[in-house]
Ligand binder design. Structure first.
Ligand SMILES: *Cc1c(COP(=O)(O)O)cnc(C)c1O
Length: 380
């Protein structure tokens, strides 16, 4: 018998709209400002430690719990290794959080024998997040068979206060899992830690503060993960520490929450070279702090220049800016820049389709970017 392969796939997977990552084209001379990668390489020390590890030992499994890295991270963040879990990028941990803390809708049905759920039961199956924020969250919810609760940010992309959220009635303070991207992506806006503290106090389920860009920001919320038992902070070596390729991210939170995640983790989820590179990164932080300062300075200069050219720029505390361009629609700008070998990100989604997200490259790349922008403006 020859079954239709379509029929072998779970309906949930058949219907799934997968996450769309930014393109990784290999065009010579392309200026790549579309995926928030760091324009600077890892430090010479990190490269040396990775090179030294490449020998016959590649046949061995890596440390299953990334012990040395967790100890170093604990010392750096003044907590205990029990507060930390390392992932194959922070994306893996975000996915694990959904599996560990959220009931699939089908499980609810089974437990009640009724197709209508009470509000309390529905909250157990809820993945909640602001819109716009990281576009992976809705995909994770769909994949798990959970319910999504996207809640609009204010029109200027600031976060509504707890009082405003209560008044508007859309926020579920009992949601099993809430993701907050802070600073936010793709908008680049910072969120005051005091506002996050208030939100985490009022929200009773697990709250993941996704701090992928915290190193570029003025405020960090990491201490909230050590203060509230329901709060987890997510960090990554990808963006500020130039390690996208090796996939290392981590969560910090209450030991009970963290150990639940360890239970559902793949035995060897973090590759050995990634562990070594991340450890070496923590031994060389001055190198990265200097790069981060350069990126921040370049970002602020770019924002000023673009504002002078008529772009409307959302204030950024990240390594990218979110901007509404003048004269032509953002989609046209995306094409015009692409034609001139500059790749930025344009999201064809409501609320954000009038904007471009531009990753901060080296000062030289951003000068070239501005030259191209001026040339496009001169023709339109
Ligand atoms: C890049 C990014 C991540 C994923 O980081 P990895 O550690 O590379 O998986 C998570 N959250 C946000 C908001 C990001 O922008």
């Amino acid at each position: 018998m020859n079954r239709k392969p379509e029929s072998l796939i779970r309906p949930i997977v058949r219907k799934l709209h997968p996450y769309t990552p930014g393109e990784q084209p290999k065009v010579p001379g392309l200026i790549k400002l579309n995926t928030n990668e760091n324009p600077f390489p890892p430090s010479p020390h990190v490269l040396e430690m990775v090179r030294r590890a490449v020998d016959g030992r590649l046949r061995l499994y890596p440390n299953p719990t990334a012990d040395r890295l967790r100890e170093k991270l604990a010392a750096y963040h003044r907590c205990k290794p029990e507060n930390i879990i390392v992932g194959n990028g922070s994306d893996e941990l975000l996915e694990m959080a959904v599996r560990a803390f959220v009931e699939p809708v089908a499980a609810l049905r089974h437990s009640t024998n009724r197709s209508k759920h009470t509000k309390v039961q529905k909250s157990k199956a809820l993945v909640q997040f602001f819109e716009p924020s990281y576009s992976l969250y809705p995909v994770l919810a769909q994949m798990h068979g959970a319910i999504q609760n996207p809640v609009q940010l204010n029109p200027d992309f600031t976060m509504p206060s707890v009082k405003e959220l209560r008044a508007r009635g859309r926020w579920d303070f009992n949601a099993a899992l809430t993701f907050v991207t802070t600073p936010n992506a793709p908008t680049g806006r910072g969120i005051p830690t005091s506002a996050l503290d208030e939100l985490c106090t009022a929200t009773r389920g697990v709250v993941v503060l996704d701090e992928a860009y915290a190193d570029f920001a003025t405020e960090q919320a990491l201490h909230l993960a050590l203060k509230h038992s329901n709060v987890v902070v997510s960090r990554t070596f990808s963006k500020a520490y130039s390690l996208c390729f090796l996939r290392v991210g981590y969560f910090i939170g209450h030991p009970t929450i963290i150990s639940a995640l360890h239970k559902i983790r793949d035995s060897y989820n973090v590759n050995g070279l990634g562990q070594i590179a991340a450890e070496a990164t923590l031994e060389d932080l001055d190198y990265y702090r200097a790069n981060i300062r350069t990126i921040i300075k370049t970002r602020d200069e770019l924002a000023r220049e673009l504002t002078d050219l008529g772009f409307s720029v959302i204030p950024s505390v990240t390594n990218f800016i979110f901007t509404r361009p003048p004269r032509m629609h953002a989609a046209k700008w995306y094409e015009a820049l692409r034609d001139r070998n500059i790749l930025v990100r344009w999201f064809d989604q409501p609320v954000v389709r009038d904007y471009l997200r531009i990753t901060i490259g080296t000062p030289e790349q951003m000068e070239q970017f501005l030259r191209v922008v001026r040339a496009i403006l001169a023709r339109h």
